[in-house]
Design a protein around this ligand. Structure first.
Ligand SMILES: [Zn+2]
Length: 232
Protein backbone atom coordinates (compact mmCIF):
# COMPACT_ATOMS: atom_id res chain seq x y z
CA UNK A 1 0.00 0.00 0.00
CA UNK A 2 2.90 2.27 0.96
CA UNK A 3 4.55 1.53 -2.39
CA UNK A 4 1.35 2.38 -4.25
CA UNK A 5 1.13 5.67 -2.35
CA UNK A 6 4.78 6.42 -3.15
CA UNK A 7 4.18 5.64 -6.81
CA UNK A 8 1.04 7.79 -6.85
CA UNK A 9 2.95 10.64 -5.18
CA UNK A 10 5.77 10.47 -7.78
CA UNK A 11 3.26 10.35 -10.62
CA UNK A 12 1.44 13.34 -9.16
CA UNK A 13 4.72 15.25 -8.90
CA UNK A 14 5.39 14.63 -12.60
CA UNK A 15 1.89 15.57 -13.73
CA UNK A 16 1.48 18.51 -11.34
CA UNK A 17 4.98 19.64 -10.37
CA UNK A 18 4.92 21.66 -7.18
CA UNK A 19 7.36 24.21 -5.97
CA UNK A 20 8.20 25.48 -2.52
CA UNK A 21 6.08 28.51 -1.55
CA UNK A 22 9.21 30.01 0.07
CA UNK A 23 12.13 29.46 -2.30
CA UNK A 24 10.46 28.35 -5.54
CA UNK A 25 12.50 25.14 -5.87
CA UNK A 26 10.62 21.96 -6.72
CA UNK A 27 9.55 19.81 -3.80
CA UNK A 28 9.28 16.06 -3.38
CA UNK A 29 7.72 13.53 -1.03
CA UNK A 30 5.61 14.67 1.86
CA UNK A 31 6.92 18.24 1.72
CA UNK A 32 4.64 19.49 -1.04
CA UNK A 33 4.54 23.25 -0.51
CA UNK A 34 7.43 24.00 1.83
CA UNK A 35 10.61 22.18 0.87
CA UNK A 36 12.56 20.18 3.41
CA UNK A 37 15.43 22.67 3.38
CA UNK A 38 13.14 25.62 4.10
CA UNK A 39 11.32 23.65 6.76
CA UNK A 40 14.44 22.67 8.64
CA UNK A 41 17.07 25.31 7.85
CA UNK A 42 15.59 28.56 6.64
CA UNK A 43 13.84 29.77 9.75
CA UNK A 44 14.98 30.38 13.25
CA UNK A 45 13.18 28.55 16.06
CA UNK A 46 10.98 30.93 18.05
CA UNK A 47 12.64 32.20 21.21
CA UNK A 48 9.59 31.40 23.37
CA UNK A 49 7.63 33.43 25.88
CA UNK A 50 7.87 34.46 29.46
CA UNK A 51 4.67 33.00 30.94
CA UNK A 52 4.71 35.83 33.51
CA UNK A 53 3.37 38.28 30.90
CA UNK A 54 0.36 36.15 29.95
CA UNK A 55 -3.16 36.91 31.16
CA UNK A 56 -4.58 34.43 33.65
CA UNK A 57 -6.74 32.71 31.01
CA UNK A 58 -3.69 31.81 28.92
CA UNK A 59 -1.53 28.94 30.14
CA UNK A 60 1.00 28.97 27.30
CA UNK A 61 1.86 30.42 23.92
CA UNK A 62 3.73 28.19 21.49
CA UNK A 63 5.21 29.48 18.22
CA UNK A 64 7.23 27.53 15.71
CA UNK A 65 9.51 30.15 14.11
CA UNK A 66 10.81 33.63 14.77
CA UNK A 67 9.18 36.24 12.51
CA UNK A 68 11.68 37.75 10.03
CA UNK A 69 10.62 41.25 9.09
CA UNK A 70 11.16 41.70 5.36
CA UNK A 71 12.17 38.05 5.01
CA UNK A 72 10.86 34.78 3.62
CA UNK A 73 8.49 34.03 6.49
CA UNK A 74 6.83 37.43 6.28
CA UNK A 75 6.35 36.87 2.55
CA UNK A 76 4.99 33.38 3.08
CA UNK A 77 2.48 34.48 5.74
CA UNK A 78 1.41 37.45 3.63
CA UNK A 79 0.79 35.18 0.64
CA UNK A 80 -1.03 32.73 2.86
CA UNK A 81 -3.43 35.45 3.95
CA UNK A 82 -4.13 37.15 0.65
CA UNK A 83 -3.47 34.65 -2.15
CA UNK A 84 -5.72 31.77 -1.23
CA UNK A 85 -2.93 29.29 -0.57
CA UNK A 86 -5.04 27.02 1.60
CA UNK A 87 -2.95 23.89 0.97
CA UNK A 88 0.21 25.74 2.00
CA UNK A 89 -1.57 26.73 5.21
CA UNK A 90 -2.59 23.14 5.88
CA UNK A 91 1.00 21.98 5.35
CA UNK A 92 2.32 24.67 7.71
CA UNK A 93 -0.30 23.46 10.20
CA UNK A 94 1.00 19.90 9.89
CA UNK A 95 4.57 21.07 10.61
CA UNK A 96 3.26 23.02 13.59
CA UNK A 97 1.14 20.09 14.79
CA UNK A 98 4.08 17.69 14.59
CA UNK A 99 6.30 20.00 16.66
CA UNK A 100 3.52 20.61 19.15
CA UNK A 101 2.93 16.88 19.44
CA UNK A 102 6.64 16.31 20.17
CA UNK A 103 6.63 19.01 22.86
CA UNK A 104 3.27 18.19 24.41
CA UNK A 105 4.76 17.23 27.75
CA UNK A 106 6.04 20.78 28.19
CA UNK A 107 2.63 22.30 27.62
CA UNK A 108 -0.19 19.89 28.25
CA UNK A 109 0.47 19.03 31.86
CA UNK A 110 -1.82 17.78 34.64
CA UNK A 111 -5.36 19.05 34.34
CA UNK A 112 -4.95 20.21 30.74
CA UNK A 113 -4.00 16.75 29.56
CA UNK A 114 -7.17 15.30 31.06
CA UNK A 115 -9.38 17.92 29.38
CA UNK A 116 -9.47 17.06 25.71
CA UNK A 117 -7.88 19.88 23.70
CA UNK A 118 -10.00 21.54 21.02
CA UNK A 119 -8.62 23.86 18.30
CA UNK A 120 -10.15 27.31 17.76
CA UNK A 121 -8.82 29.19 14.71
CA UNK A 122 -9.08 32.97 15.18
CA UNK A 123 -12.25 33.75 13.20
CA UNK A 124 -12.46 36.41 10.50
CA UNK A 125 -15.37 38.84 10.22
CA UNK A 126 -17.74 37.54 7.54
CA UNK A 127 -17.04 40.49 5.23
CA UNK A 128 -13.30 39.76 5.36
CA UNK A 129 -13.91 36.05 4.88
CA UNK A 130 -15.93 36.81 1.76
CA UNK A 131 -13.22 39.08 0.40
CA UNK A 132 -10.30 36.69 1.03
CA UNK A 133 -12.22 33.50 0.27
CA UNK A 134 -10.89 31.58 3.27
CA UNK A 135 -9.49 31.91 6.75
CA UNK A 136 -5.76 31.14 6.94
CA UNK A 137 -6.04 30.27 10.67
CA UNK A 138 -8.64 27.63 9.77
CA UNK A 139 -6.21 26.08 7.24
CA UNK A 140 -3.48 25.98 9.92
CA UNK A 141 -5.90 24.35 12.38
CA UNK A 142 -6.83 21.73 9.76
CA UNK A 143 -3.14 20.77 9.47
CA UNK A 144 -2.63 20.66 13.25
CA UNK A 145 -5.73 18.51 13.58
CA UNK A 146 -4.36 16.02 11.01
CA UNK A 147 -1.35 15.43 13.27
CA UNK A 148 -3.02 15.58 16.70
CA UNK A 149 -6.59 14.40 15.92
CA UNK A 150 -7.94 17.31 17.96
CA UNK A 151 -11.38 18.57 17.01
CA UNK A 152 -11.73 22.03 15.41
CA UNK A 153 -14.36 24.53 16.53
CA UNK A 154 -14.89 26.73 13.48
CA UNK A 155 -17.03 29.69 12.49
CA UNK A 156 -20.23 27.92 13.44
CA UNK A 157 -19.14 28.02 17.10
CA UNK A 158 -16.97 31.13 17.41
CA UNK A 159 -17.49 34.25 15.32
CA UNK A 160 -15.93 37.66 14.92
CA UNK A 161 -18.93 39.89 15.39
CA UNK A 162 -17.17 43.24 15.24
CA UNK A 163 -15.44 44.72 12.22
CA UNK A 164 -12.20 46.01 13.69
CA UNK A 165 -9.85 48.67 12.37
CA UNK A 166 -6.25 47.80 11.57
CA UNK A 167 -4.12 47.59 14.72
CA UNK A 168 -1.20 49.38 13.08
CA UNK A 169 -0.30 52.64 14.79
CA UNK A 170 -2.45 52.02 17.86
CA UNK A 171 -0.98 51.88 21.35
CA UNK A 172 -1.74 48.89 23.57
CA UNK A 173 -4.74 50.54 25.26
CA UNK A 174 -6.25 51.53 21.90
CA UNK A 175 -5.63 48.06 20.52
CA UNK A 176 -7.43 46.42 23.42
CA UNK A 177 -10.32 48.90 23.05
CA UNK A 178 -10.49 48.23 19.29
CA UNK A 179 -10.78 44.48 19.90
CA UNK A 180 -13.11 44.60 22.91
CA UNK A 181 -16.05 42.21 22.46
CA UNK A 182 -14.93 41.50 18.91
CA UNK A 183 -15.64 37.78 19.34
CA UNK A 184 -18.68 35.77 20.31
CA UNK A 185 -18.79 32.18 21.50
CA UNK A 186 -22.07 30.93 20.07
CA UNK A 187 -22.06 27.50 21.66
CA UNK A 188 -20.58 27.68 25.18
CA UNK A 189 -21.29 23.97 25.69
CA UNK A 190 -18.75 23.13 22.98
CA UNK A 191 -15.83 24.20 25.21
CA UNK A 192 -17.21 22.97 28.53
CA UNK A 193 -14.64 20.79 30.29
CA UNK A 194 -12.25 21.04 27.33
CA UNK A 195 -8.93 22.78 26.83
CA UNK A 196 -9.32 25.30 23.96
CA UNK A 197 -6.19 25.98 21.90
CA UNK A 198 -6.38 29.18 19.84
CA UNK A 199 -4.66 29.04 16.43
CA UNK A 200 -3.29 32.06 14.53
CA UNK A 201 -0.54 32.83 12.01
CA UNK A 202 1.54 35.35 13.98
CA UNK A 203 1.73 36.23 17.65
CA UNK A 204 2.67 39.90 17.94
CA UNK A 205 1.33 41.74 20.98
CA UNK A 206 -1.29 39.13 21.73
CA UNK A 207 -4.16 41.64 21.74
CA UNK A 208 -6.30 39.57 19.36
CA UNK A 209 -5.66 36.11 20.78
CA UNK A 210 -5.89 37.38 24.39
CA UNK A 211 -9.28 38.95 23.65
CA UNK A 212 -10.48 35.69 22.09
CA UNK A 213 -9.18 33.78 25.16
CA UNK A 214 -11.06 36.22 27.41
CA UNK A 215 -14.30 35.62 25.47
CA UNK A 216 -13.93 31.85 25.55
CA UNK A 217 -13.10 31.69 29.26
CA UNK A 218 -15.47 34.40 30.51
CA UNK A 219 -17.48 33.17 33.52
CA UNK A 220 -16.18 29.65 32.96
CA UNK A 221 -13.51 27.75 34.81
CA UNK A 222 -11.37 27.39 31.72
CA UNK A 223 -7.94 28.28 30.49
CA UNK A 224 -6.51 28.24 26.99
CA UNK A 225 -3.31 27.81 25.03
CA UNK A 226 -2.23 29.79 21.96
CA UNK A 227 -0.39 28.26 19.01
CA UNK A 228 1.03 30.24 16.08
CA UNK A 229 3.43 29.75 13.18
CA UNK A 230 5.50 32.82 14.04
CA UNK A 231 6.53 34.87 17.02
CA UNK A 232 7.04 38.54 16.16
ZN1 LIG B 1 12.10 26.01 -0.08
Amino acid sequence: MKLVKKYADSLRDVVFPVTCACCGLSTTGKNRYICYWCETKRFQEASGYDTGILPEQVRFVYSMWQFDKGGYLQDLLHNLKYNFLREVGVELGRLLGRRLDENLDNYLTGQIRENEPVLIPVPLHKSKLKKRGYNQAEALAAGISEMTRWEILGQEHVIRQKKTKTQTGLNSGQRAENLRDAFLLKSPESVQGRFPIIVDDVFTTGTTTFELARTICKNRELSTGIVTVAQA
